[in-house]
Design a protein around this ligand. Sequence first.
Ligand SMILES: Nc1ncnc2c1ncn2[C@@H]1O[C@H](COP(=O)(O)OP(=O)(O)OP(=O)(O)O)[C@@H](O)[C@H]1O
Ligand SMILES: [Mg+2]
Length: 267
Amino acid sequence: MVKIGRIRENLPADIVMKGLGKQYPGTATAAVEGVDVTVAAGEVLCIVGASGCGKSTVLRMVAGFEEVTSGTLSVATEPVSGPGPDRGVVFQDYGLFPWLTVAENIAYGPRQARLQRPVVAERTEQALEAVGLTRVSGSFPHQLSGGMQQRVAIARVLANKPSVLLMDEPFGALDALTRVEMQHELQRIQRAAGITVLFVTHSIEEAVYLGDRVMVMAGGTAHGMPGHVREIVDVDLPPDRDASSPEFNAIERHVDGLVHAGHAVRS
Ligand SMILES: Nc1ncnc2c1ncn2[C@@H]1O[C@H](COP(=O)(O)OP(=O)(O)OP(=O)(O)O)[C@@H](O)[C@H]1O
Ligand SMILES: [Mg+2]
């Protein structure tokens, strides 16, 4: 049995957070404090934790949308100083341009990057293929189901050939069946392209299913304490996981216990 953990050790670090923190202007308590984690290239790190513990804040700092206020953060050895096409962001609301077709939405990034026409066309075609949407390339977003729109959102990011994919509850609005389909899709794409993924979710099962590791956060300004990492759990299971196996359930229960443990406890 191949252990994900062993694979990870051979890969170079991709995202390095050292004592990473964020205090929003005008607030008394930091939203996030002291996050220390190194994410390897090609690793999937899922982030779970109660509402307000700072999951999105961490993701937004990595995306370059929020300034870091303490500690350091680098991606591919470069300190993060703003957004960039190397980091693709997919949120729960698809954020597609309604007036553009599926293909035009996907081509948008490469066009903005002023890539040559044939390159834009090739990237668009590849991204469409990767998410299985070639047949609807001429449709507009409103003509698609939620799952398909989320696929377009992922394809749009893939067209920029990012090394890091940042996903904030990307499947939260989907029905259960589509959600499972999208989890498989993401896994397939991630493995094929070897992309590093930070994946925020409220579903512990989803986190254990997708993650090489699960970072459990706790605290939050609503609890009068900065959001922080409670524990990083190694998901030492084979790549194609059986969510009904005892091994899977044991990890799920452990993560669940960490998420729901009293907020006063700090690791
Ligand atoms: N722009 C902002 N200005 C001030 N405070 C903010 C801002 N954005 C977030 N916060 C605060 O920072 C804390 C962490 O918020 P964040 O959105 O990162 O939490 P989260 O873990 O993603 O929560 P959820 O699970 O509800 O999405 C919260 O207390 C929130 O109110
Ligand atoms: Mg959030």
